[in-house]
Design a protein around this ligand. Structure first.
Ligand code: AHR
Length: 503
């Protein structure tokens, strides 16, 4: 029997709600069809936003949304996406399928969506093909309250009051699709561009995100920080140029050139996928160690603003649209990744799964007027009480390594635990085995559990929801536990995730 010890008295750090963030790009059917159908659509909508999708996302609790890309961000010219829709410029979305982008979803629509979701805003600016002036004017258009050319243009386009930008990304993947730059070259551009991301509302300064590394590119992290991180001055006034440094990491079980099917895989591939998901912890630790050299007080957040499973596209769909199904395997990847982010909440301040709807590891898939919730949706829903809670100490004794071949073993169980402001202890526990149930004895330092609610997400490893069978995989109440003094005993089914809320 595995023993899960929880010291609910030992608080280890604040879990920023933004760790449960999302990403929406002008890619495939994420924005168009997935989130936005336009005011004239037969699909029920509020100001063009799909009502079914927005309602489900609100129930899941979205803390922050990143937009407009991704690679799209560095070829997006925001002025094409404002003003009367019929006269908005059309462009080719060269990165994603070469389709026509009609710009009917632009700045006003993004802020409307975030308003409906009740979430913070993360706007990603264009460094790769845009100018300093363009970026600077976008910030002025969105956030300036006084009289100025851009603020007046916003008013002319129907929005009197400024909006709030919570986070602003100065470029995306500038080592690759965002301009193929070297770290030093990008970092110098970062210094320059970010200067003009003005804080018009001093009470609500914009948090600036610098483009960080891809996977294990420690050379990039070092090169960028060396060039554009600035230490506090002798008078102790920090003059750092950034609030966050991004990290992108996707799980491809067979590597970039052999991503594999989203729904057809064997046990060996299951365990490889788990091992690759767990690898993000090493990336956080090693990039974090470089950040520590410049920022030992951890004032800069690590912003994992793209993560998740990236498999082959669903057969028969546009290869440029990155549409993939989502199984129990994705649920486990989400479960362990979020546990890792929680456990590194001293450094990880935001994470955005890629992407919100119909692209890569989505929480929602749509087909015309139909919508399904994926297994990953249920994980985010089950984990939502961690948002804004305090991480507490936990560990698992007798946690064996499992797998089908010696070269690839993963821990049997994976957990994270927090205490929220209502005094509930939130436990999320994943059983990574494809076939072995796990008897668990969970014990607390002092807590005598009196009130428990629990949910489980389980199913055969390939289980997933379809438009014909939308409830194959869904969250269920979990009641098969026994309480003895400070202990709760239960069996975690093979390939499952369980969430407890206890006080
Ligand atoms: O999420 C899909 C793409 O992956 C993004 O546009 C890009 O930033 C990354 O390479």
């Amino acid at each position: 029997m595995a023993k899960l010890f929880i010291n609910e008295k030992n608080k280890k750090g604040h879990i920023n709600p933004e760790i449960y963030g999302h990403f929406s790009e002008h890619l495939g059917r994420c924005i168009y069809e997935g989130l936005y159908v336009g005011e004239d659509s037969d699909i029920p909508n509020v100001n063009g936003m799909r009502k079914d999708v927005v309602d489900a996302l609100k129930e899941m609790q979205v803390p922050v949304l990143r937009w407009p890309g991704g690679c799209f961000a560095d070829e997006y010219h925001w002025k094409d996406g404002i003003g009367p829709k019929e006269s908005r410029k059309k462009m080719i979305n060269t990165h994603w399928g070469g389709v026509v982008e009609d710009n009917s979803f632009g700045t006003h629509e993004f802020f409307e969506l975030c308003d409906q979701l009740g979430c913070k805003t993360y706007v990603n600016g264009n460094v790769g093909s845009g100018t300093v002036q363009e970026m600077s004017e976008w910030v002025e258009y969105i956030t300036f309250d006084g009289v100025s050319p851009m603020a007046d243009l916003r008013r002319k386009n129907g929005h009197e009051a400024p909006w709030k930008i919570d986070y602003f990304g100065v470029g995306n993947e500038n080592w690759g699709c965002g301009g193929s730059m070297t770290p030093e070259y990008y970092a110098n551009l970062y210094r320059r561009y970010q200067t003009y991301v003005r804080h018009y509302d001093h009470a609500a300064p914009i948090k600036k995100i610098c483009c960080g590394a891809n996977v294990a590119d420690y050379f990039w992290t070092e090169g960028v920080l060396k060039t554009c991180f600035e230490l506090p001055q002798p008078n102790n006034i920090p003059t750092g140029y950034m609030d966050g440094l991004s990290l992108h990491y996707y799980v491809h079980p067979g590597g970039w050139d052999n991503k594999g099917s989203a729904t057809e895989f064997d046990e060996a591939v299951w365990y490889t996928t788990m091992a690759k998901a767990l690898y993000i912890e090493e990336l956080i630790v090693r990039h974090g160690a470089i950040m520590d050299q410049y920022d030992p007080e951890k004032k800069i957040g690590m912003i994992v603003d793209e993560w998740g499973c990236w498999f082959d596209v669903e057969p028969g769909t546009n290869p440029g649209f990155l549409y993939q199904q989502n199984t129990m395997r994705d649920a486990l990847v989400a479960g362990v990744s979020l546990n890792i982010f929680n456990k590194h909440c001293d450094r990880v301040k935001m994470a955005c799964i890629a992407q919100m709807v119909n692209v890569l590891q989505s929480v929602i898939l749509t087909e015309g007027p139909k919508m399904i919730l994926t297994p990953t949706y249920h994980i985010f829903h089950m984990y939502k009480h961690h948002q804004g809670a305090e991480l507490v100490e936990s560990c698992i004794e007798d946690n064996r390594m499992i797998g089908v071949d010696d070269a690839c073993k993963v821990p049997f169980l994976d957990e994270s635990v927090s205490v929220d402001r209502d005094g509930y202890v939130n436990v999320t526990l994943a059983n990574l085995s494809t076939d072995e149930d796990a008897p668990v004895e969970m014990s607390f330092m002092e807590l005598l559990p009196k009130e428990i609610t629990a949910a489980v997400l389980k199913g055969e490893m390939h289980a997933h929801n379809t438009f014909d069978e939308p409830e194959n995989v869904k969250e269920e109440n979990f009641t098969a536990y026994e309480v003895k003094d400070k202990k709760v005993c239960f069996t975690a089914p093979a390939g499952s995730v369980i969430s407890f809320r206890i006080r």
